[in-house]
Ligand binder design. Structure first.
Ligand SMILES: [Zn+2]
Length: 229
């Protein structure tokens, strides 16, 4: 079977970028130019996807909705109130964040420099996939919410194009890139992440994050590995 590769650019949005992003990832701007160079290399890709975190203003992942401080952990109950075998409501511990990527705001827009190049691309086919728009649940993966209930169009778009290999870049290495790449692997794609085209929320824990990738069968690679592949 011939290999077909998709490049997925995760959440290159102003709220994740310094200097003004509400949830700015340190040194996030460093990845913009390398990612632009990747998307312009049209012979490398059979499909391009850019994702956007896209929240309603009262999204459940915002600390402001819980009268607590950002970056703390809260326990969330299953959106459909499912219970475990012991008749207890299913819960998940999740970090809450500053308000970010609210639909229609500047912070939710894709970086302008990236967007300009993206708009100029005529091939291969490209899609923007939004996630996070259901108010009552968190999304990290661009494939589905954290409970695995609501699926975005990611899987069907990849299948429609016969994609075998999915390569992830963007923000943040330890959250949305990580969970997206893990889901891609779980869903049967060859899943890769280009490490130098990502930055982490918790840069001091990058070794732990590397382990999570390899544990899930995701290959952590560099740009130079692409031409060799
Ligand atoms: Zn979000």
């Amino acid at each position: 079977m011939s290999r077909k590769a998709a490049l997925v650019v995760i959440d290159l949005q102003y709220d994740f970028l310094p200097p003004d992003g509400s949830l700015a990832v340190a040194n996030g701007n460093d990845v913009v130019l390398p990612i632009i160079n990747l998307i312009k290399n049209k012979n490398q890709w059979n499909l391009l996807i850019a994702t956007q975190d896209w929240h309603p203003k009262d999204h459940i992942s915002f600390a402001s909705q819980h009268n607590t401080s950002p970056y703390t952990e809260l326990s969330f109950t299953h959106p459909l109130k499912e219970k475990d075998d012991g008749d207890e409501l299913l819960t998940k511990k999740q970090t809450v964040w500053p308000d970010h990527c609210v639909q229609g705001t500047h912070g939710a827009e894709l970086n302008e420099q990236f967007k300009k190049e993206w708009d100029n691309i005529t091939e291969p086919e490209k899609y923007v996939v939004k996630k996070g728009y259901l108010q009552d649940r968190e999304y990290y993966s661009c494939f589905m919410d954290v409970w695995g209930l609501h699926k975005t169009e990611m899987t069907s778009v990849l299948h429609e194009h016969g994609i075998t290999d999915v390569v992830f870049v963007g923000l943040a290495y330890d959250f949305c890139v990580l969970n997206s790449a893990i889901d891609a692997s779980r869903l049967g794609f060859n899943s890769y992440v280009i490490k130098e085209c990502c930055r982490s929320v918790y840069a001091d824990k990058v070794a732990d994050t590397d382990n999570k990738y390899s544990h899930a069968g995701v290959k952590v690679i560099s740009i130079n590995d692409l031409s060799a592949a």
